[in-house]
Write a protein that binds this ligand. Structure first.
Ligand code: ADP
Ligand code: MG
Length: 666
């Protein structure tokens, strides 16, 4: 099974290269490349039941003429399809061959998503299907067409057929009613039925989650002794006393947990979770002040330069009056500034060093580094921790999480970290009012926006990213920007920010918005991470049905940061999910609901990439499976010398150890 891919018919040298670039070298690895999702063609739905944003199969007839229209370089093909329940418009882009293939009356099996276009529900770029049943959809690999990919996987499975040794002990499989491995692999790719797929998913997810958690625990128990920081009992109170505001009870509690870690022999590995605005950054600064009080340097690492600068400004306001010197180290400094920064760090002149990844990748020599604070989005693995501590004990690590995560899930994803929760917001916040705005009310909303801008406030527009598989006329953010600028809000000053822009242009646009030189900022989700503009009071989220609840909550946290009343407008037809979001502002409740609705896989986010395999909807298992594997991992690790435990632990080491090195803390 560890044979080369070139053994498979149809895979020549060029494709071998393309697979290798995607990290797939052997037949075995190809079989482990699980589908991202499945097209369920087994039960087409009536047109009348199509819902915006949900993918579905429909069995329809072409009704009437096909129309073609050109818009710039785009060819737009439209036609109406019908079944006994309804008639719906279908839109395709740049598919010139379609027109001839769509005589009136032709029967079609279509699969795709419906969306509102100009107020009507339309099917956008559906695929035309021949097969029946559940069809695997793989993450696309550049250089391998989808059909060839599917055939290659099928051939790889044939080569491996019956050869998977079942590595999980049989007693374990029996106890949890897990299907046999060969069956699982075949059905994970080409399910015989929804039930067979579910059994396969459960088996593979169980194995993966169990081994992952054991691997995390292996790391944990091998954690090295850490820098022990001694400071006065009154140091925390002294810090709080110098703040311009009273800390919340939750902030006090979390800081005392952090303080106990800093003082102990073992290296701290702790994550702080809390809702947007719960005051996590202040806790980070407090920890840095404690470290300073004990005579140690600290570093704060942010995922982007904009955020690093923001933290640096805050540190100067807060920490310098307390006698700490803060310094900034980011990639864009001039060579001379770099040299000076390195010198100041090595000489111990800077007590609190704030920056981006440059903090650990440029061979910076610290004088006495006792604490590293990092943002969750930032990968910070065991390897990097070792980089920082080659000559001494491991520094203490504090991870600030941007999103609340349900407790059950935290235990599993971050089994290698202790967790502190900031479950209280500072007083005096004006909560964000959330409203669902259907298309019919769009005009009225623009009127409201104009009023807010007249009062001197600012507005965010957030648009979803386009999926690779969709051919759309323009990036939604660009289209919205053009529409606002030339049409709907043409009297206002509008800026655009999206992921394909140069980062200098992006920063400049953000800066103009922050400085109040623009009224409206249109963006993709790039603003999710940490822009702080207290004067912005309205957030409009286009196609809100496309976002997960936790993400919507994160986005709306960008407003409501100042003294003024704030609003979040979800542009979508009302549904129970969005109504739930409008009804609460508790991030943990929302995360819990998100997990119930979409499965925990969606919440795995970046942490999961590179560790757990990304297939089968990111192993979107159920909370129950997470709990079972968590308990089983604990029980196996409690008796590591028992033969069955030994076998599973060895397997976890082999499967995950290398991969976990880079992401153990992240
Ligand atoms: P988070 O990082 O958790 O989203 P921040 O630490 O950025 O939140 O805090 C948000 C804002 O609230 C900041 O302006 C901060 O100064 C302020 N803040 C933090 N803690 C308190 C408190 N206890 N009382 C009043 N304001 C606070
Ligand atoms: Mg923060």
């Amino acid at each position: 099974m560890d044979i080369s891919l070139s053994q498979i018919r149809g895979i020549g040298p060029a494709r071998v290269k393309a697979f290798e670039a995607a990290g797939i070298r052997t037949v075995r690895e190809l079989t482990m490349f699980l589908p991202r999702e499945y097209r369920d063609l087994s039960s087409p739905v009536p047109l009348a039941t199509l819902k915006p944003g949900e993918a579905a199969a429909v069995r329809v007839r072409v009704a009437g003429e096909v129309s073609e229209r050109r818009a710039k370089r785009l060819l737009i093909t439209k036609l109406y399809v019908t079944d006994d329940t309804d008639t719906v418009q279908v839109v395709w882009y740049n598919q010139p061959w379609l027109k001839k293939q769509m005589p009136a009356g032709r029967e079609l099996l279509l699969y795709g998503k419906a969306e509102f276009r100009q107020g009507y529900l339309s099917l956008i770029s559906p695929t035309i299907e021949q097969d029946q049943g559940l069809i695997p959809v793989y993450r696309s690999i550049p250089g391998i067409p989808p059909k060839a990919l599917r055939q290659s996987v099928e051939a790889a499975l044939k080569l491996c057929e019956g050869q998977w040794p079942d590595e999980l002990p049989e007693a374990l499989r029996r106890r949890y009613g897990l299907c046999e491995r060969n069956f699982a692999m075949r059905n994970a790719h080409f399910p015989d039925s929804p039930e067979a797929l579910e059994a396969a998913r459960r088996r593979i997810a169980f194995e993966e989650l169990l081994l992952y958690q054991i691997a995390l625990r292996l790391f944990r128990s091998s954690g090295r002794s850490g820098v022990k920081i001694a400071f006065d009992d009154g140091a925390a109170e002294a810090f709080w006393g110098r703040l311009p505001f009273e800390p919340t009870a939750a902030q006090r509690r979390v800081l005392s947990e952090v303080a106990a870690d800093l003082r102990s022999e073992r290296a701290m590995a702790r994550m702080v979770q809390g809702d947007v605005g719960s005051g996590k950054t202040v806790i980070a600064f407090a920890a840095m002040a404690l470290s300073h009080a004990g005579g140690w340097q600290s570093a704060l690492m942010a995922p982007t330069e904009v955020l690093a600068r923001q933290h640096y400004e805050a540190a100067r306001r807060l920490l310098e009056p307390m006698g700490m010197k803060a310094g900034l180290l980011v990639g864009s400094l001039t060579p001379k500034q770099h040299r000076l920064a390195h010198e100041a760090i090595a000489a111990g002149e800077w007590d609190a060093v704030i920056g981006t990844h440059a903090l650990i990748t440029e061979g910076v020599e610290y004088r006495r580094l006792g604490l590293v604070v990092t943002d969750e989005q930032h990968r910070f693995g065991v390897r990097q921790r070792t980089l920082l501590s080659e000559k001494g004990d491991a520094p203490n690590v504090l991870v600030m999480s941007a999103t609340p995560i349900p407790r059950t899930l935290s235990l599993i994803l971050y089994g290698d970290l202790d967790i502190s929760i900031v479950d209280e917001l500072p007083p005096g916040r004006t909560p964000v009012s959330t409203r669902i705005v259907p298309e019919a009310k769009r005009e009225a909303m623009y009127g409201f926006l104009r009023q807010e801008v007249k009062k001197g406030r600012q507005v965010y527009f957030v648009c979803p990213l386009v999926e690779e598989s969709e051919a759309v006329e323009a990036l939604p953010a660009e289209a919205v920007y053009e529409d606002l600028r030339t049409n709907r809000l043409s009297e206002l000053r509008i800026e655009l920010v999206h992921g394909r822009m140069k980062s200098a242009d992006k920063d400049a646009a953000l800066e103009r918005f922050r400085a109040g030189e623009a009224d409206v900022l249109v963006s993709t989700t790039v603003i999710e991470v940490g822009v702080n503009v207290p004067n912005a009071t309205v957030m409009v989220i286009e196609n809100a049905e496309r976002f997960g609840l936790a993400q919507l909550h994160q986005l709306r946290g960008r407003v409501g940061r100042g003294a003024h009343a704030s609003w979040c407008f979800l542009m979508a037809e009302p549904n129970s999910r969005l109504k739930f979001l409008a009804s609460t502002t508790d991030g943990f409740k929302i995360a819990q609901k998100d997990m119930e609705l979409r499965g925990p896989g969606e919440l795995f986010g970046t942490r999961q990439s590179g560790t757990l395999s990304g297939g089968i909807g990111s192993l979107a298992g159920d909370a129950e499976l997470l709990k079972l594997t968590h308990d089983e991992a604990r029980s196996l690790m409690a008796r590591p010398d028992a033969p069955d435990a030994q076998a599973v632990i060895a397997l976890a080491r082999q499967r995950f150890a290398e991969r976990l090195k880079d992401v153990a803390i992240n």
